[in-house]
Design a protein around this ligand. Sequence first.
Ligand code: AOF
Ligand code: ZN
Length: 359
Amino acid sequence: MKVALSLARRGLGRTAPNPSVGAVVVARDGTIVGRGWTQPGGRPHAEPIALAAAGAAARGATLYVTLEPCSHYGRTPPCVDAIVAAGVARVVAATGDPDPRVDGRGFARLRAAGIDVEAGVMREEATRLIAGHAARVALGRPFVTLKLAVSADGKVALPGGRPVAITCEASRARVHLMRAESDAILVGVGTVLADDPELTCRLPGMADRSPTRIVLDGGLRTPPASRLVIGAAGTPTWIVASADAPVEAERALRAAGAEVMRVERGPDGRLDLMAALGLLVDRGVARLMVEGGPTVASALLSPGLVDEAVILRGPAAIGAGAPAALASHALADLTATLGFAEVSRFRVGDDEWTVYERA
Ligand code: AOF
Ligand code: ZN
């Protein structure tokens, strides 16, 4: 199962709208005869790939799989049919599939075919890997990871909002890996105007792993010449604007290569964020990483639209007069009032990383 989980991890960020699943076929003599993971775009699924690699050796074998095999007809026949046809004797799964098209039917059909089924092996790790899929199904929005890089005194920029390097090179590489494992990455227009970021994955050999870039930009103030729009050809840029944003601005951004989508404003006059997240999930974004800035972070935290917060704290302080990480919260509010609990804390180079999840 550990091998299957590590195979599943390979697909994170590239299988949208499907979850990334790993599968391993172990023959009766204990050797691994087939491995598979969900392919880019979500098809083929993991199991038929592992079974094809195993060939005749799948007969009587055990299939380890990180998610309950599917039982529905999608773009190809159900994985349970392939498993039964291959003559697999036993299926060990890490977790059930909450998708209403499956939801226990996969296991039931395997058992009905006489296959021995064991579920729940390494469930916790597998649940993390399908968090995007589970949020899509249960909440109608992506799983949202908020990443904040803060100075030792909790600031995110120099006085006046001027950008400054806060975290070290090792942290930067790890952030790029987080980007690669996300379906999309989101910032507010304030971050585009202040930093002109590119938001791609620039790890060696992983240039094709950059996620879709999304700007929350109610009034369409994103400059058409910003790096997010004209840089990184082939990596889509979506701009989420309000229904009343100027059409000329939309035209200019479209001409520059961005896609513009619109949502209504909420009662407070700001973009309806749940509507925006619903729009993204409809377009296949299940794992969303939010990278800034303080306004967007607070706006998502207040209504409970953040599932995981990752705080990277650099060693240097910036001092008074500099903008804080969150516009209308203190960082301590995460655990004090927003319902988060610390789940891990570790060092990356000079920085301390802390991961919080909603309890
Ligand atoms: C599996 N193995 O590798 C994955 C599964 O649209 P379709 O037909 O590709 O089906 C997508 C659904 O299949 C998805 O919502 C989830 O329930 C399941 N994903 N199942 O047996 C896999 N990726
Ligand atoms: Zn399947």
